[in-house]
Design a binder for this molecule. Structure first.
Ligand code: ADP
Ligand code: MG
Length: 690
């Protein structure tokens, strides 16, 4: 593996290196495994008369006149018209005056761009320009489109990947010949190269098939290894139900659902069994997982042990910490909790570490900061990860290992929580090392969320509706896919949208924004002010997707809903409908496309995560795998546990076979695989989400 820093590539200095870092790419190896998120296919040109509004089209024709440059506000706009036998079409470019010299009357060229409607005439905006020969060259090829950041566009990333591929050392094939032949899997080096630059669909599918197989293989081997280590391991942390826990349960402002009671029973049984607990709680958004975690943590605290709760985002960690403190305070519980997150100052952290090591605190809540070396626990008997699908298996394991003091019996109990709606058969494979508890019941006081899918013309009505809800004391989220304006993508962004809403909504309604690039402290402050009701409307990226709980919020408005996977939309929607008030989800579809509407209608019909995932799957044909992924499920880059469920099952069978034959992966056939596996586990430890 090439662990050279990305700056070792020609043309990438410190500045560009920092931009790559924002994309999570620091080494050449990471660059090679930052796969395209989509591919652009260059289709043959269509007659000018057949272009359609909202579509990306290519036309070939003659320029009716030499381009003219106009000034519009503070932009320079170039305009000209292309025609063929079937019609003519206006072409427009912004702030690219230098193009003018190549756009003379009479020239025959190809133009490729998105067609929009201005007034009642169609116009192609910012088209790429090709000569006939140049277009011949790219036609039918697939051009990679990478995740980008401001200042680092697609072209620059393509260039870096090209260089990295041409300089790389070929890797030794580690997959046994037998498996490659049986499943007709492409060779590893071929796969890595062609996932970036496939010359056709077939090559792309072959590359993807191999890499998906590998992703599942390593993941399942890792899970398997955990399972073996743990099976029937004895525990020194045996806990009988504590009085304090029973008392708190009785005093809660709500009655636990039957499903919660049942799962709590399972947890209590595990904790009292003398064996190490390894349990997954799977329950749809809003089913009430947090309180079970809190009761389990309290149980550990009451026995003089420590318990830790790890969440994937600072916002969520902080929220868990604060609601727990409030709950304990209200019920006179003396157990002490502490928060550990990355954005704390060095001094704050040091203080927290001291209190943890000295066992001045019983419950530790935080982000992956909890698995850092400096944190030393005292009698850590229980570790819980919330929203496990956002963590790698390696991170989960790392937290468990933190508590161990040498002997195997000191391994803490493990509780893992996830809202990913997957069928039991898949859960058993993906969480093969865990026992599974399912929360299949919603608290009784919930009203089903009312949904609608609308086009952009509905916005003003939505704003009026938000005003009405705010006047009634409620709050709203507005989700935009992007943080800031981008040249590459036409989508709503948080910064501009906030300004717009501040103008559009009645004075007195406080609108603020939240996004992942803000400093931890800022994020926390905004979230606190939203939770306390000081902010009425929160414009945010998907940072609020996981776990956030503000029961007073009743409106979730999602801009560019077409850009999100259904499972992700379902998670976002799960931020409302968490209290006793009627809640609403408004999905704004900016695509105007029939297929998109159909897809979004699924959400409109159901509030059941499980149903949504399976319907989404039905709608997607086999050629659709490069479309939207469900969301960042598990730690897979390419694999989608829903669309690739069959591969997952196959690999699971193979893993059983491999482990039976050669559990340590030491023999000739599996040695290379075993070595690769170690690297995978090592990398997983460092993986950091969000
Ligand atoms: P999730 O399963 O998505 O993590 P939470 O644990 O955050 O859901 O719970 C969502 C909301 O429901 C919280 O405000 C919580 O206090 C509340 N809640 C949990 N259990 C019940 C219950 N049995 N009855 C009523 N409200 C509940
Ligand atoms: Mg939760």
């Amino acid at each position: 593996m090439n662990q050279e820093p990305i700056t070792s590539l020609k043309g990438i200095g410190e500045k560009t290196g920092a931009l790559f870092k924002r994309l999570g790419i620091e080494t050449v190896e990471e660059l090679l495994h930052a796969y395209p998120r989509a591919y652009d296919a260059y289709e043959p040109a269509i007659p000018v008369g057949q272009v359609q509004e909202g579509k990306l089209c290519t036309v070939c024709g003659q320029l009716l006149r030499t381009a003219t440059v106009r000034r519009f506000q503070n932009m320079q706009v170039i305009v000209t018209v292309v025609k063929d036998l079937t019609g003519s079409l206006q072409l427009t470019w912004f702030n690219m005056p230098y193009l003018r010299s190549s756009l003379q009357m009479g020239r025959v060229l190809l133009f490729r761009g998105k067609v929009v409607k201005k007034g009642n005439r169609l116009s192609m905006e910012q088209p790429e320009i090709f000569t006939k020969e140049a277009y011949e060259q790219v036609m039918h090829s697939l051009q990679p489109i990478y995740g980008q950041t401001k200042g680092l566009g697609n072209k620059a990333i393509v260039k870096a990947v090209t260089q990295a591929l041409s300089q790389r050392q070929m890797e030794r094939e580690y997959l046994p010949e037998r498996l490659r032949r049986k499943y007709q899997l492409a060779e590893y080096n071929f796969a890595v190269e062609h996932i970036h630059f496939p010359s056709n669909q077939q090559e792309l599918l072959a590359a993807r098939k191999r890499l998906v197989f590998d992703e599942f293989l390593f993941f399942l081997l890792a899970v398997r290894r955990l399972k073996e280590k743990r099976q029937d391991a004895g525990s020194i942390y045996k806990m009988e139900p504590a009085m304090e826990v029973k008392r708190l349960m009785g005093e809660l402002p709500f009655k636990l659902t039957q499903a919660q009671e049942k799962v709590l029973g399972e947890i209590e049984r595990d904790l009292g069994s003398g064996l190490v607990m390894n349990r997954l709680i799977q329950g749809d958004v809003g089913s009430g997982k947090t309180i079970l975690a809190v009761l389990a943590l309290l149980q550990a605290a009451c026995h003089g042990y420590q318990g830790a709760l790890m969440a994937p985002t600072e916002v969520l960690a902080k929220q868990h910490f604060e609601s727990m403190e409030a709950l304990f305070h209200a019920h006179g519980i003396k157990s002490k909790a502490v928060l550990v997150t990355g954005s704390m100052t060095a001094k704050e952290k040091r203080l927290a570490y001291e209190r943890i090591a000295g066992h001045e605190v019983d419950i530790i809540v935080g982000t992956h900061a909890l698995i850092q070396e400096k944190v030393i626990y005292d009698k850590l008997a229980l570790v819980i990860t919330d929203e496990q699908h956002r963590f790698g298996v390696g991170q989960r394991e790392a937290l468990g290992r933190k508590g161990m003091t040498g002997q195997e019996e000191s391994r803490p109990h493990v509780l893992v929580m996830s809202a990913t709606p997957i069928p039991r058969t898949l859960a058993i494979i993906l969480y093969g090392d865990l026992d599974i508890s399912i929360l299949d019941e919603m608290p009784a006081d919930r009203l089903p969320i009312k949904n609608c899918v609308v086009d952009t013309g509905y916005r003003d009505r939505a704003y009026r509706f938000i005003e009405k809800e705010a006047a009634a004391g409620r709050q709203a989220y507005v989700i935009c896919p992007m943080v800031e304006e981008s040249e590459m993508m036409e989508a709503e962004n948080v910064l501009d949208y906030t300004k717009l809403l501040q103008k559009k909504l009645m004075p007195g309604i406080r609108v603020e924004y939240l996004h992942g690039k803000m400093k931890g402290r800022e994020k926390n402050q905004i979230m606190e002010r939203f939770a306390s009701g000081e902010i009425q409307v929160l414009v945010s990226t998907t940072v609020v997707e996981v776990g956030v709980n503000v029961p007073n919020a009743t409106v979730m408005m999602i801009e560019n809903a077409e850009r999100f996977g259904l499972a992700q939309l379902h998670q976002l929607r799960g931020r409302v409908g968490r209290g006793k008030h009627q809640s609403y989800c408004i999905m704004v579809d900016c695509s105007g496309e029939e297929d998109t509407r159909k897809r979004l209608e699924i959400l409109n019909r159901s509030n059941d995560g499980f149903y949504i995932a399976s319907e989404d799957l039905k709608l997607r044909g086999p050629g659709d795998i490069f479309g939207l992924r469900q969301s960042g499920e598990m730690e897979f880059k390419l694999a989608d546990i829903f669309t690739d469920a069959d591969v997952l099952k196959t690999v699971s069978e193979e893993v059983k076979e491999i482990i039976r034959e050669d559990p340590m992966l030491e023999g000739e056939e599996y040695r290379a695989l075993g070595e690769r596996m170690e690297q995978y586990l090592g990398a997983g430890m460092e993986r950091v989400n969000l």
